[in-house]
Design a protein around this ligand. Structure first.
Ligand code: ADP
Ligand code: MG
Length: 686
C-alpha cells in the first residue's frame, strides 16, 4: 500500500513525486482530493438495452476475434451476451489483447456505445476476463484528477489508505452545522466511494449533502480566519487623526469649484471616523470611474497632515500618478502643503533630495507609483497610505503592501490604509474574500454628466468609424483610439499602435494625432499626455497604458480596437475615460469576427449596462473569482469546494456561525481553520 510521503522526506518513486507536485502530501490532502467524475461498474447492462452514446458495462462471451486490414490494421472482437452482439474495435493493440479476447473467453467490457454500421460497437473499451461469479463493484469507481506520472490505480489506493488514517473527527460542536449535513468522515467516504444508488447528477452538480458539507466547512474556515484577522487588526495601534474644525480640509471644500455629492460626503464621513480612531483603518473606497474618488482622498490626506502626520498616495502607473500629482499640487499647495513626487524612474540627486524630504518630514504628502514603498524609502511619520485602483492588486500584493507599510512607521503604530477602486466588489466576494475590509461606496456620479452611448462596429466598418472621428475633431472635441495589448509580444503591440497611428494621422492630415505606449520613457509619456490634456492633440492613439484614471473632460469619443480581446472591467474602465464633461460622448467597440462565447457576453454586457456594479457582477460570472481578483497567477484556487454562485445559502450560514464559534469554542475554531487553511491563512489575511 503506498504511503503518503511526509513533507520533510524525499519522495521515493515517480508516482510519489507526482503526488507531491499535486500538493498531495498529508493524509488530509489526499482525503480532500476529490474525484472529477465516477464510473459505474456496479451494474451490467444487456447489450440490447444500450443506446448510442451510453457509457455502459456489459458482460458476455467472445464469439469471434480477428485482425483486419481496413483503412488501417485493427483488431475486431465480437461479444455476445445472449441479448445481442457487440463489436469491439481496437486500432492499437498488443498480443495480450488478443490473448484475453480469444474466442470463448468471458469478458466484462466498459465503454461508450456507438450505433455503427455493423450494429453496436465500442472503440477501445476497458475490458477484463471474468468468471461467472466475479463480483461487481459495490461503489461507483472514482476517477481522480491525476497526471501522466500518476496512474489512477495508484492514486485510488493511496487515497483509500489516507482516508482511513486521516484525522477526520468532528471538530465542530453540535448546532454549528446546518441541518441535514453528514459528518465530515461520512461526506468524504461517500464522495470517494458513492453507493451505487446515488444519483450521479447530485455529485456532479455538487448539490449532494456530502458536497455541501465540504463547501460549508470551507466557507466557515474562511469566515473564521477573516474574523480572526479583523480582531487582530483591532488590537493594533495607529495614530488617532481627528479632524479639526477649521482645518485645511474645510479650506479645500471652500476652494473647490464644485460641491461634494451626497455619496462623496458620506464616504468622507466614514473615512474621517476611521482616521479618528487609534486602530488602523482598512477601508476600500469604491466608486465607478468618474465618481470623484480623488477629492475624497485629498480630504483624507489633509486631515492626516493637519494632525501632524505624512500621507502617501500610490497609483499603479506613472501616468496616473502624474495626473494625481498635478491635481493634488493644484489643490493642496495653495493651502501650504508640501507635495513630493516619487516614481521608479527618479534617479540620482533629485531622488536623494526627495527621499531626504520624506525622511525629515518636510514633505507632507508624497504621490507616486508603488516605488513609494520600496526599499530605501523611509518616512518621518507615515500616518495614512492611500492606494488608487486597488483592483489591480491581487490578494498577494495586498499582503505585501501591508507588510511593507507596517515597516515604514514607528514600530508601535501602523499607518491607516485607504484603498480606492473603480471596480466594485460584488456582494458575494465582499462577504468572503474581503470580509476583513470596511467598504465605502460612492454610488452616484457628480451632476451634469451625460451617459456614454456605446456602439458596436465590425472591423469591416473601420472607415465609417474614422469618419466619425473626423466629425468629432472638426467640432473641437478630442478622441481616444485604444489598441489592444498583445499578450507575450510587446513588439507586436507597439507595431500595432504605431501602424494605427500612421493610418489615423494620414486620415486626419489637419489634426494632431498623438501616440502613447508602454515602451516610452516616463517623461515622454507625460509630455504626450500633457499635450492631449491641454487640447493640442486631437486624437490620442494608445495601448492600454491609459487604462485607469486619466481625466480629460473634452474627450468625447473612445474607439477600442479589437474590443473582443479586452476584459470586461477593462472595457468599462476605458469607456469611463469619456463622458467626463458635459458633452454627449460615444464609445465605439470595434470587433473582429468570429467572436467566442466569452467575448460575446463581454460585448453584450457593455451594450446593456453602464452600471459599474452590474459590470462587476457579470465580469465575475464570466471569469470566476480567481481571475476576477487577480489571484490566478498564484495558481491557487481560492475556494476549492464552495461555489459562490451556487452556495449563497451556505455562505450566509457560515457567516452567522463564525462569530459564535470563535467566541464560545475557540479551540474548535482553531482546529477547523488549521484543517482547512493551514497553508493559506496568510493569504486570507491580506
Ligand atoms: P474617479 O473616481 O474615477 O477617480 P476623479 O476623482 O478622477 O474620478 O473625478 C472625476 C472628475 O470629476 C474630476 O475632474 C473631478 O475633479 C470631478 N469631480 C469630483 N467630484 C465632483 C463633484 N462633486 N462635482 C463635480 N465634479 C466633480
Ligand atoms: Mg481615479
Amino acid at each position: 500500500m503506498p504511503a503518503a510521503a511526509p513533507a520533510d522526506r524525499k519522495p521515493r518513486s515517480g508516482p510519489q513525486r507526482a503526488m507531491q507536485k499535486l500538493g498531495l502530501v498529508r493524509d488530509i490532502d489526499l482525503a480532500l482530493h476529490l474525484p472529477l467524475r465516477y464510473e459505474d461498474e456496479t451494474r451490467l447492462v444487456a447489450i440490447a438495452d444500450t443506446r448510442d452514446g451510453d457509457v455502459a458495462q456489459i458482460e458476455g462471451r467472445v464469439t469471434d476475434s480477428r485482425v483486419e486490414q481496413r483503412a488501417r490494421r485493427q483488431l475486431l472482437v465480437r461479444v455476445d451476451d445472449g441479448s445481442d452482439v457487440l463489436l469491439l474495435r481496437f486500432l492499437h493493440f498488443y498480443p495480450s489483447h488478443q490473448k484475453t479476447l480469444a474466442p470463448g473467453a468471458r469478458v466484462r467490457v466498459r465503454g461508450e456505445v456507438r450505433g455503427g454500421f455493423a450494429g453496436r460497437e465500442m472503440v477501445h473499451p476497458a475490458f477484463r476476463a471474468v468468471r461467472e461469479d466475479t463480483p461487481l463493484a459495490t461503489a461507483l469507481t472514482p476517477v481522480y484528477p491525476a497526471s501522466a506520472q500518476l496512474p489512477q490505480a495508484y492514486l485510488r489506493k493511496a487515497i483509500g489508505a489516507a482516508l482511513v488514517r486521516a484525522p477526520l473527527d468532528e471538530v465542530l460542536p453540535a448546532g454549528t452545522l446546518p441541518p441535514g449535513l453528514p459528518s465530515l468522515r461520512e461526506a468524504l467516504d461517500h464522495l470517494h466511494h458513492p453507493r451505487p444508488q446515488t444519483r450521479l447528477a447530485t455529485l456532479e452538480d455538487r448539490s449532494h449533502p456530502a458536497w455541501q458539507r465540504l463547501a460549508f466547512d470551507e466557507l466557515l474556515a474562511q469566515q473564521l480566519s477573516q474574523l480572526q484577522a479583523q480582531r487582530a487588526r483591532a488590537a493594533l495601534h495607529a495614530p488617532a487623526l481627528a479632524a479639526r474644525a477649521g482645518g485645511r480640509h474645510e479650506a479645500l471644500l471652500g476652494a473647490l469649484p464644485f460641491a461634494l455629492t451626497r455619496a462623496q460626503r458620506h464616504a468622507c464621513g466614514e473615512i474621517a471616523a476611521d482616521l479618528a480612531r487609534a486602530q488602523p483603518m482598512h477601508r476600500l473606497l469604491q466608486g465607478d470611474v468618474g465618481s470623484g474618488k480623488t477629492v475624497v482622498a485629498a480630504l483624507a490626506a489633509l486631515i492626516a497632515i493637519d494632525a501632524g502626520w505624512q500621507c502617501a498616495l500610490m497609483a499603479p502607473t506613472e501616468i496616473l500618478a502624474e495626473q494625481h500629482f498635478g491635481k493634488l499640487v493644484g489643490w493642496l499647495e495653495p493651502l501650504g502643503v508640501q507635495v513630493a513626487w516619487l516614481t521608479g524612474s527618479h534617479k540620482g540627486k533629485a531622488r536623494k533630495a526627495m527621499l531626504a524630504s520624506l525622511a525629515d518630514g518636510s514633505a507632507q504628502l508624497v504621490v507616486g507609483t508603488h516605488a513609494v514603498i520600496q526599499e530605501g524609502v523611509a518616512f518621518h511619520r507615515l500616518g495614512l497610505a492611500i492606494v488608487d485602483e486597488q483592483h489591480r492588486f491581487g490578494v498577494e500584493q495586498r499582503l505585501a503592501l501591508r507588510r511593507k507599510l507596517a515597516r515604514q512607521g514607528d514600530a508601535a503604530l501602523e499607518p491607516h490604509l485607504l484603498m480606492m477602486s473603480a471596480t466594485p466588489i460584488p456582494r458575494t466576494l465582499a462577504m468572503t474574500y474581503y470580509a476583513d475590509l470596511d467598504v465605502s461606496t460612492i454610488d452616484e456620479l457628480p451632476p451634469g454628466r451625460t451617459p456614454v452611448a456605446t456602439r458596436l462596429f465590425a472591423e469591416t466598418r473601420r472607415a465609417a468609424v474614422i469618419e466619425r472621428i473626423r466629425d468629432e475633431v472638426a467640432r473641437g472635441r478630442q478622441a481616444y483610439w485604444v489598441c489592444p495589448l498583445i499578450e507575450a509580444s510587446e513588439a507586436l503591440d507597439l507595431q500595432n499602435a504605431t501602424e494605427a497611428h500612421a493610418e489615423l494621422q494620414a486620415a486626419l492630415p489637419d489634426a494632431e494625432v498623438g501616440l502613447l505606449h508602454g515602451r516610452m520613457a516616463a517623461a515622454e509619456k507625460a509630455a504626450v499626455m500633457a499635450r492631449f490634456a491641454a487640447g493640442q492633440t486631437a486624437l490620442l492613439v494608445a495601448t492600454t497604458v491609459i487604462e485607469v484614471g486619466v481625466d480629460v473632460p473634452n474627450a468625447s469619443l473612445m474607439v477600442i480596437e479589437h474590443a473582443e480581446r479586452f476584459g470586461l472591467s477593462q472595457l468599462h474602465q476605458l469607456r469611463g475615460r469619456v463622458g467626463r464633461g458635459a458633452v454627449a460622448s460615444t464609445c465605439v467597440l470595434l470587433y473582429t469576427a468570429p467572436l467566442g462565447a466569452a467575448a460575446k457576453s463581454r460585448l453584450k454586457a457593455m451594450l446593456e449596462t453602464q452600471d459599474g456594479f452590474e459590470i462587476a457582477r457579470r465580469d465575475l460570472e464570466i471569469r470566476g473569482p480567481g481571475e476576477f481578483m487577480g489571484a490566478r497567477q498564484s495558481g491557487d484556487a481560492l475556494l476549492r469546494f464552495a461555489d459562490l454562485a451556487q452556495d449563497n445559502a451556505l455562505l450566509l450560514q457560515a457567516r452567522s456561525a463564525a462569530p459564535t464559534l470563535l467566541e464560545r469554542h475557540p479551540d474548535a475554531a482553531a482546529r477547523h481553520i488549521e484543517r482547512w487553511l493551514a497553508s493559506r491563512a496568510e493569504f486570507m489575511k491580506a
